[in-house]
Design a protein around this ligand. Structure first.
Ligand code: SF4
Ligand code: SF4
Length: 275
Protein backbone atom coordinates (compact mmCIF):
# COMPACT_ATOMS: atom_id res chain seq x y z
CA UNK A 1 0.00 0.00 0.00
CA UNK A 2 1.21 3.38 -0.91
CA UNK A 3 1.57 6.86 0.53
CA UNK A 4 3.25 9.24 -1.87
CA UNK A 5 4.43 12.75 -1.16
CA UNK A 6 7.69 13.10 -3.00
CA UNK A 7 9.98 16.07 -3.21
CA UNK A 8 12.93 16.74 -5.44
CA UNK A 9 15.10 19.46 -6.87
CA UNK A 10 15.57 20.54 -9.53
CA UNK A 11 13.42 18.21 -11.64
CA UNK A 12 10.20 16.48 -10.83
CA UNK A 13 10.65 13.03 -9.38
CA UNK A 14 8.41 10.05 -9.62
CA UNK A 15 7.62 7.88 -6.66
CA UNK A 16 11.01 6.27 -6.28
CA UNK A 17 10.07 4.43 -3.09
CA UNK A 18 7.48 2.31 -4.85
CA UNK A 19 8.16 -0.71 -7.04
CA UNK A 20 8.23 0.20 -10.73
CA UNK A 21 5.56 -2.37 -11.63
CA UNK A 22 3.24 -1.06 -8.92
CA UNK A 23 3.75 2.45 -10.27
CA UNK A 24 2.44 1.56 -13.69
CA UNK A 25 -0.70 -0.04 -12.29
CA UNK A 26 -1.48 2.37 -9.52
CA UNK A 27 -0.53 5.95 -10.41
CA UNK A 28 -3.11 7.68 -12.55
CA UNK A 29 -2.47 11.21 -13.87
CA UNK A 30 -4.93 13.78 -12.55
CA UNK A 31 -5.30 15.59 -15.86
CA UNK A 32 -8.36 17.71 -15.02
CA UNK A 33 -7.49 18.07 -11.33
CA UNK A 34 -10.88 16.59 -10.37
CA UNK A 35 -11.71 13.15 -8.96
CA UNK A 36 -14.54 11.24 -7.26
CA UNK A 37 -13.79 9.87 -3.83
CA UNK A 38 -15.29 9.12 -0.44
CA UNK A 39 -13.94 7.36 2.65
CA UNK A 40 -16.11 6.51 5.64
CA UNK A 41 -16.49 3.98 8.39
CA UNK A 42 -19.16 1.95 6.54
CA UNK A 43 -17.03 1.28 3.46
CA UNK A 44 -15.98 -2.35 2.95
CA UNK A 45 -12.27 -1.53 2.69
CA UNK A 46 -12.21 0.61 5.86
CA UNK A 47 -8.60 0.83 7.20
CA UNK A 48 -7.22 -1.58 4.59
CA UNK A 49 -4.90 1.18 3.41
CA UNK A 50 -3.26 1.48 6.85
CA UNK A 51 -0.77 -1.40 6.55
CA UNK A 52 2.56 -2.27 4.93
CA UNK A 53 3.37 1.37 4.37
CA UNK A 54 6.69 3.00 3.68
CA UNK A 55 5.55 6.20 5.30
CA UNK A 56 8.18 8.93 5.49
CA UNK A 57 7.64 11.42 8.29
CA UNK A 58 8.48 15.10 8.10
CA UNK A 59 9.29 17.34 11.10
CA UNK A 60 5.79 18.72 11.56
CA UNK A 61 4.32 15.19 11.40
CA UNK A 62 6.59 14.20 14.28
CA UNK A 63 5.74 17.26 16.36
CA UNK A 64 2.01 16.68 15.97
CA UNK A 65 2.16 12.94 16.61
CA UNK A 66 4.38 13.16 19.67
CA UNK A 67 2.08 15.83 21.21
CA UNK A 68 -0.94 13.67 20.52
CA UNK A 69 0.73 10.72 22.24
CA UNK A 70 2.07 12.77 25.16
CA UNK A 71 5.67 11.88 24.35
CA UNK A 72 8.90 13.74 23.81
CA UNK A 73 10.37 13.48 20.33
CA UNK A 74 13.17 11.14 21.42
CA UNK A 75 10.60 8.73 22.89
CA UNK A 76 8.41 8.92 19.82
CA UNK A 77 11.35 8.34 17.47
CA UNK A 78 12.59 5.39 19.51
CA UNK A 79 9.19 3.68 19.73
CA UNK A 80 7.65 4.38 16.37
CA UNK A 81 10.25 5.11 13.72
CA UNK A 82 13.20 3.76 11.74
CA UNK A 83 15.99 5.88 10.34
CA UNK A 84 17.19 5.11 6.83
CA UNK A 85 19.59 6.38 4.23
CA UNK A 86 18.54 6.19 0.61
CA UNK A 87 20.40 7.66 -2.37
CA UNK A 88 17.06 9.13 -3.52
CA UNK A 89 17.30 11.54 -0.59
CA UNK A 90 20.33 13.55 0.43
CA UNK A 91 19.79 13.30 4.17
CA UNK A 92 18.76 10.57 6.63
CA UNK A 93 15.00 10.06 6.52
CA UNK A 94 12.63 8.76 9.19
CA UNK A 95 9.76 6.41 8.48
CA UNK A 96 6.92 5.12 10.61
CA UNK A 97 7.55 1.55 11.80
CA UNK A 98 4.72 -0.82 10.92
CA UNK A 99 3.73 -3.44 13.50
CA UNK A 100 5.33 -6.86 13.42
CA UNK A 101 2.00 -8.62 12.79
CA UNK A 102 1.14 -10.67 9.65
CA UNK A 103 -0.62 -7.69 8.05
CA UNK A 104 2.14 -5.21 8.93
CA UNK A 105 -0.44 -2.78 10.27
CA UNK A 106 0.20 0.81 11.24
CA UNK A 107 0.62 1.14 15.03
CA UNK A 108 -2.21 3.68 15.11
CA UNK A 109 -4.93 1.85 13.22
CA UNK A 110 -7.91 0.47 15.17
CA UNK A 111 -11.22 -1.11 14.08
CA UNK A 112 -12.71 2.38 14.48
CA UNK A 113 -10.12 3.97 12.20
CA UNK A 114 -7.03 6.05 12.86
CA UNK A 115 -6.53 6.60 16.59
CA UNK A 116 -4.56 9.81 15.93
CA UNK A 117 -6.75 11.04 13.06
CA UNK A 118 -6.57 14.77 13.86
CA UNK A 119 -2.78 14.51 14.03
CA UNK A 120 -2.15 11.96 11.27
CA UNK A 121 0.88 12.58 9.03
CA UNK A 122 0.78 14.67 5.86
CA UNK A 123 1.10 11.64 3.57
CA UNK A 124 -2.01 10.07 5.14
CA UNK A 125 -3.90 13.33 4.66
CA UNK A 126 -2.92 13.52 1.01
CA UNK A 127 -3.93 9.93 0.17
CA UNK A 128 -5.35 8.87 -2.30
CA UNK A 129 -3.76 11.85 -4.00
CA UNK A 130 -0.04 11.57 -4.70
CA UNK A 131 2.25 14.51 -5.32
CA UNK A 132 5.67 15.10 -6.80
CA UNK A 133 7.19 18.50 -6.00
CA UNK A 134 10.23 20.25 -7.41
CA UNK A 135 11.25 22.81 -4.81
CA UNK A 136 13.44 25.78 -5.72
CA UNK A 137 15.69 25.03 -2.75
CA UNK A 138 16.57 28.17 -0.77
CA UNK A 139 15.76 30.50 -3.66
CA UNK A 140 12.45 32.38 -3.59
CA UNK A 141 9.64 30.96 -5.67
CA UNK A 142 6.89 28.41 -5.44
CA UNK A 143 7.42 24.68 -5.89
CA UNK A 144 6.36 23.07 -9.17
CA UNK A 145 3.89 20.39 -8.23
CA UNK A 146 2.34 17.50 -10.08
CA UNK A 147 -0.60 15.58 -8.69
CA UNK A 148 -1.85 12.11 -9.50
CA UNK A 149 -4.21 9.55 -8.02
CA UNK A 150 -2.95 6.49 -6.17
CA UNK A 151 -5.56 4.01 -7.39
CA UNK A 152 -5.05 0.82 -5.42
CA UNK A 153 -7.36 -2.12 -6.15
CA UNK A 154 -8.47 -2.55 -2.53
CA UNK A 155 -9.67 1.05 -2.25
CA UNK A 156 -13.42 1.35 -2.88
CA UNK A 157 -13.43 5.08 -2.22
CA UNK A 158 -13.23 5.81 -5.94
CA UNK A 159 -16.71 4.29 -6.37
CA UNK A 160 -18.24 7.04 -4.22
CA UNK A 161 -19.95 10.01 -5.90
CA UNK A 162 -18.44 12.94 -4.01
CA UNK A 163 -16.40 15.09 -6.44
CA UNK A 164 -13.25 16.89 -5.38
CA UNK A 165 -10.89 19.41 -6.89
CA UNK A 166 -7.32 18.87 -5.72
CA UNK A 167 -7.10 22.25 -3.95
CA UNK A 168 -10.36 21.52 -2.14
CA UNK A 169 -9.05 18.10 -1.05
CA UNK A 170 -5.82 19.60 0.30
CA UNK A 171 -7.73 22.17 2.34
CA UNK A 172 -10.32 19.70 3.61
CA UNK A 173 -7.70 17.21 4.77
CA UNK A 174 -5.46 19.81 6.43
CA UNK A 175 -2.61 19.25 3.97
CA UNK A 176 -2.26 22.99 3.41
CA UNK A 177 -1.33 23.65 7.05
CA UNK A 178 1.23 20.83 7.03
CA UNK A 179 2.71 22.14 3.77
CA UNK A 180 3.21 25.59 5.28
CA UNK A 181 4.95 24.14 8.33
CA UNK A 182 7.19 21.71 6.44
CA UNK A 183 8.13 23.88 3.47
CA UNK A 184 11.19 25.63 5.04
CA UNK A 185 12.60 22.20 5.91
CA UNK A 186 11.91 20.84 2.44
CA UNK A 187 13.75 23.81 0.99
CA UNK A 188 16.77 23.05 3.21
CA UNK A 189 16.95 19.41 2.17
CA UNK A 190 16.53 20.14 -1.54
CA UNK A 191 18.96 23.08 -1.57
CA UNK A 192 21.76 21.13 -3.24
CA UNK A 193 24.43 23.18 -1.42
CA UNK A 194 27.73 21.60 -0.43
CA UNK A 195 28.04 19.94 2.97
CA UNK A 196 31.78 20.59 2.97
CA UNK A 197 34.57 18.02 3.28
CA UNK A 198 33.45 14.35 3.34
CA UNK A 199 34.96 13.78 6.80
CA UNK A 200 32.50 16.28 8.26
CA UNK A 201 29.35 14.82 6.71
CA UNK A 202 28.57 12.30 9.43
CA UNK A 203 28.65 15.08 12.05
CA UNK A 204 26.33 17.14 9.84
CA UNK A 205 23.94 14.20 9.63
CA UNK A 206 23.79 14.18 13.45
CA UNK A 207 23.00 17.90 13.47
CA UNK A 208 20.39 17.28 10.79
CA UNK A 209 18.72 14.50 12.82
CA UNK A 210 18.55 16.67 15.95
CA UNK A 211 17.12 19.76 14.26
CA UNK A 212 14.80 17.88 11.89
CA UNK A 213 13.35 15.08 13.99
CA UNK A 214 14.45 15.15 17.63
CA UNK A 215 13.06 18.62 18.11
CA UNK A 216 12.44 18.47 21.85
CA UNK A 217 16.14 17.81 22.39
CA UNK A 218 16.92 20.54 19.87
CA UNK A 219 14.71 22.90 21.91
CA UNK A 220 16.66 22.00 25.09
CA UNK A 221 19.87 22.72 23.21
CA UNK A 222 18.74 26.14 22.00
CA UNK A 223 17.58 27.14 25.48
CA UNK A 224 20.82 26.08 27.17
CA UNK A 225 22.98 28.83 28.71
CA UNK A 226 25.89 28.02 26.37
CA UNK A 227 23.75 28.45 23.25
CA UNK A 228 22.19 31.68 24.47
CA UNK A 229 25.64 33.06 25.23
CA UNK A 230 26.99 32.21 21.78
CA UNK A 231 24.06 33.38 19.67
CA UNK A 232 22.23 36.67 19.59
CA UNK A 233 18.56 35.73 19.52
CA UNK A 234 15.95 38.40 18.74
CA UNK A 235 14.01 39.71 21.76
CA UNK A 236 11.26 37.29 22.73
CA UNK A 237 12.46 34.51 20.41
CA UNK A 238 13.67 32.34 23.28
CA UNK A 239 10.20 32.36 24.87
CA UNK A 240 8.49 31.69 21.53
CA UNK A 241 10.80 28.72 20.86
CA UNK A 242 10.00 27.37 24.31
CA UNK A 243 6.24 27.65 23.92
CA UNK A 244 5.43 27.23 20.26
CA UNK A 245 6.28 24.20 18.11
CA UNK A 246 5.85 26.19 14.90
CA UNK A 247 8.42 28.75 16.07
CA UNK A 248 10.72 25.90 17.13
CA UNK A 249 10.51 24.36 13.66
CA UNK A 250 11.16 27.66 11.89
CA UNK A 251 14.19 28.29 14.10
CA UNK A 252 15.41 24.71 13.51
CA UNK A 253 15.38 25.39 9.76
CA UNK A 254 17.46 28.56 10.28
CA UNK A 255 19.83 26.48 12.38
CA UNK A 256 20.13 23.87 9.63
CA UNK A 257 21.02 26.56 7.10
CA UNK A 258 23.63 27.91 9.52
CA UNK A 259 25.17 24.62 10.54
CA UNK A 260 24.91 22.62 7.29
CA UNK A 261 25.59 25.31 4.73
CA UNK A 262 27.40 28.02 6.70
CA UNK A 263 24.72 30.68 6.08
CA UNK A 264 24.42 33.66 8.42
CA UNK A 265 20.89 32.67 9.38
CA UNK A 266 21.60 32.74 13.14
CA UNK A 267 23.36 35.88 14.41
CA UNK A 268 26.45 35.22 16.51
CA UNK A 269 26.66 37.13 19.77
CA UNK A 270 29.42 39.78 19.77
CA UNK A 271 30.16 38.91 23.39
CA UNK A 272 30.10 35.12 23.30
CA UNK A 273 31.34 34.22 19.83
CA UNK A 274 30.78 30.82 18.22
CA UNK A 275 33.40 28.12 18.20
S1 SF4 B 1 -11.78 4.02 0.94
FE1 SF4 B 1 -9.60 3.89 0.44
S2 SF4 B 1 -8.73 5.41 1.84
FE2 SF4 B 1 -10.75 4.89 2.67
S3 SF4 B 1 -10.42 3.18 4.05
FE3 SF4 B 1 -10.89 2.29 2.08
S4 SF4 B 1 -8.83 1.91 1.24
FE4 SF4 B 1 -8.56 3.39 2.85
S1 SF4 C 1 -1.35 7.18 10.86
FE1 SF4 C 1 -3.55 6.80 10.84
S2 SF4 C 1 -4.18 7.24 8.73
FE2 SF4 C 1 -1.96 7.00 8.71
S3 SF4 C 1 -1.58 4.85 8.23
FE3 SF4 C 1 -1.63 5.01 10.45
S4 SF4 C 1 -3.75 4.60 11.05
FE4 SF4 C 1 -3.74 5.04 8.85
Amino acid sequence: MVRVNKFASPSLSGAADVEQSAKREVFVPLEEGVFSFGCHRGISCFTKCCAKLRLILMPYDILRMRSRLGLRTEQFLERYTDLFLDPAYRFPMVRLKMKNDPEGTCPFVTPDGCSIYDDRPAACRLYPVGRASALPGLRPGRPAEKYFLVRESHCKGFEEDKRWEVAQWLQDQGVTEYDEMNEPWLRVITAGKSLGPPEGVSRKYQVFYLASYDLDRFRDFTLSPGFLKRFDLAPGLRERIREDDGELLRFACDWLRFSLYGEKSIPISPAGGAS
